[in-house]
Design a protein around this ligand. Structure first.
Ligand SMILES: NC(=O)c1ccc[n+]([C@@H]2O[C@H](COP(=O)([O-])OP(=O)(O)OC[C@H]3O[C@@H](n4cnc5c(N)ncnc54)[C@H](OP(=O)(O)O)[C@@H]3O)[C@@H](O)[C@H]2O)c1
Length: 285
């Protein structure tokens, strides 16, 4: 019996595995990765590796065993995730796992923006599978913003189309800690957690935080979703992905990522990480 984490070499997956290593012996953890080379450090520490690609369902054979607790970390290839996640769910069902946890999107079925579509499809596939499940409906990461500070500092502006909309973000480490709590705790079967930061901030407030910490003048410049799209494609992003991300900005303006139900801080037993702390960490490098 193992705790299995897919996407274990990703940003979130690495944090989850680190958190698990603090709580359970390494030989009870399996990291599902598509590139064993990226996971060499984990193997050295005694974590079991299974190499699989969501696009090749046959590679998932043997990834899971009866009684395992599995964390399916949603994939990063937007537009391909429906069948990819279905392949993982099928393999988990075939193996008879004890729990399938999934990193979904804040709001679940109520999330009315395109990026949420594949999460909604995956949630339905999980509930249809009949497997014991837990849905970790993750809100936005602080790092979505703080990993993109360079252009903000260069242009003296936070540019976006979210208007006065607010974001209840938390750090990736907070969401990872929630996953660890669920995977190592009891009584989470059938639960749906709406995970988000304790405080929702506006982009004008975010600009003020960056200004205060960097010592530079930073304004919030509101543009249209079309302009956001043009900026993103101009930086090399494929048009369909740029369209989906600019659509998220409109959803933020409608308040779709602002909910603060407190599930995340309750699960991790501490307050979530304020955006200002993540800005400070990012500025320190
Ligand atoms: N809540 C938010 O704000 C937010 C923001 C961005 C993304 N997300 C979602 O949350 C997930 C985790 O976030 P993250 O920051 O850890 O993203 P990430 O660093 O991009 O990690 C994605 C992980 O998925 C793995 N993966 C992608 N395609 C795969 C495939 N075909 N087969 C097997 N593995 C595959 C990647 O493998 P490699 O290590 O080999 O690349 C990586 O380990 C993302 O994938 C995305 O679905 C959420």
């Amino acid at each position: 019996m193992s705790i299995v984490v897919t996407g274990a070499t990703g940003h979130l997956g690495r944090l989850v595995v680190e958190g698990l290593l603090e709580k359970v012996p390494a030989d009870q953890i399996t990291a599902v990765v598509r590139d064993a080379g990226k996971a060499a450090g984990l193997a050295d520490r005694g974590v079991r590796l299974h190499v699989a690609d969501y696009n090749r369902p046959e590679t998932l054979t043997g990834a899971f065993a009866a009684g395992d607790k599995v964390l399916l970390i949603s994939g990063s290839e937007i537009g391909q995730r429906g069948p990819q996640h279905q392949a993982v769910i099928d393999a988990a069902k075939e193996a008879g796992v004890a729990l399938l946890a999934y990193t979904s999107v804040l709001g679940g079925p109520a999330a009315d923006f395109t990026l949420a579509d594949e999460h909604k499809v995956t949630e339905r596939a999980i509930t249809d599978s009949g497997l014991p499940y837990v849905l970790l409906r993750n809100g936005w990461y602080n790092e979505n913003y703080t990993e993109n500070l360079a252009p903000v500092l260069e242009h003296g502006a936070v540019v976006g189309a979210a208007g006065e909309g607010r974001v209840a973000s938390a750090s990736r480490a907070d969401y990872a800690a929630a996953a660890v709590a669920v995977l190592t705790g009891e009584g989470h079967e059938g639960k749906v957690y709406e995970l988000s930061g304790d405080t929702a901030w506006s982009f004008a407030e975010y600009a003020d935080v960056v200004a205060a910490q960097s010592g530079k003048k930073i304004v919030y410049r509101v543009v249209s979703t079309e302009e956001v799209r043009a900026i993103l494609t101009g930086s090399g992003m494929p048009e369909p992905v740029a369209a989906i991300l600019s659509d998220v900005e409109a959803a933020i303006e409608r308040g779709r990522l602002a909910a603060t139900p407190g599930d995340l801080s309750r699960l991790i037993g501490r307050p979530t990480t304020p955006i200002a702390d993540s800005v400070a960490a990012a500025l320190k490098g």
